[in-house]
Design a protein around this ligand. Structure first.
Ligand SMILES: CC(C)(COP(=O)(O)OP(=O)(O)OC[C@H]1O[C@@H](n2cnc3c(N)ncnc32)[C@H](O)[C@@H]1OP(=O)(O)O)[C@@H](O)C(=O)NCCC(=O)NCCS
Length: 182
């Protein structure tokens, strides 16, 4: 249960007191970088099995790098969840224009450390991302996740997220890129 939500020093902070620990959500700071980077591999989960695993690993690391490098930008926010002194989760949210022209909030990455799953940390991070979006007057928050990421899909469905677009893929039976004979 959310015990308190308050503003301190101009930054949004949420405290969620749980049975075994207190979790707080605050803005990312540069000294969090190492802990956040260590969370990145968890984003590989649920990517379609036909995608190149090494390319997925590089892409996921790149997403986190880019989000952290732009954490101070006016149109985005990076928030971390902390238990004691330990960073246990991160969410990145930014403004993004939908094809209708409406500006949405868009969650690029959401990760919780495996040891802290199913304790409400992910929900608290999404609550904070949604509060950030509402504070900007944005009407929708969108995100993408792997069709095979059943836990994340269950998580988002529980939080009221509906499917809006579905991307379809067909394997065409060609050799992998780079191995074609010229
Ligand atoms: C998805 C993720 C962020 C959820 O974080 P979390 O802290 O475990 O989420 P919460 O504890 O707030 O879960 C709230 C609810 O979501 C649903 N949920 C979460 N994990 C679930 C799972 N593995 N299976 C089914 N439902 C799940 C449940 O309804 C859960 O409530 P309950 O525990 O009372 O049943 C976390 O599992 C994660 O980091 N996964 C790896 C990275 C990833 O897939 N990120 C999202 C894609 S961008």
């Amino acid at each position: 249960m959310v015990a308190s939500v308050f503003i301190r020093g101009g930054s949004l902070r949420h405290h969620w007191l749980m049975s075994d620990a207190a979790v707080s959500v605050r803005r990312y700071e540069p000294h969090d970088r190492e802990a956040v980077v260590l969370l990145a591999p968890r984003l590989e989960f649920g990517v379609a099995h036909w995608r190149d695993a090494e390319a997925v690993r590089r892409a996921v690391a790149g997403w986190i790098d880019e989000s952290l490098a732009n954490a101070d930008a006016e149109d985005r926010e990076v928030l971390v969840a902390q238990v004691g002194e330990e960073v246990v989760g991160v969410v990145t949210v930014a403004q993004r224009r939908h094809f209708t022209g409406e500006v949405d909030a868009y969650v690029g990455e959401l990760v919780v450390r495996a040891e802290h799953e199913r304790r409400g940390v992910g929900s608290l991070l999404m609550h904070a991302a949604e509060a950030w979006a509402r504070g900007r007057g944005l009407r929708h928050l969108t995100l993408e996740t792997g069709a095979a990421n059943a836990p994340a899909r269950a998580f988002y469905a529980r939080r009221g997220y509906q499917e809006e677009d579905v991307r379809l893929t067909k394997a065409l039976g060609c050799p992998p890129q780079g191995s074609q004979v010229e």
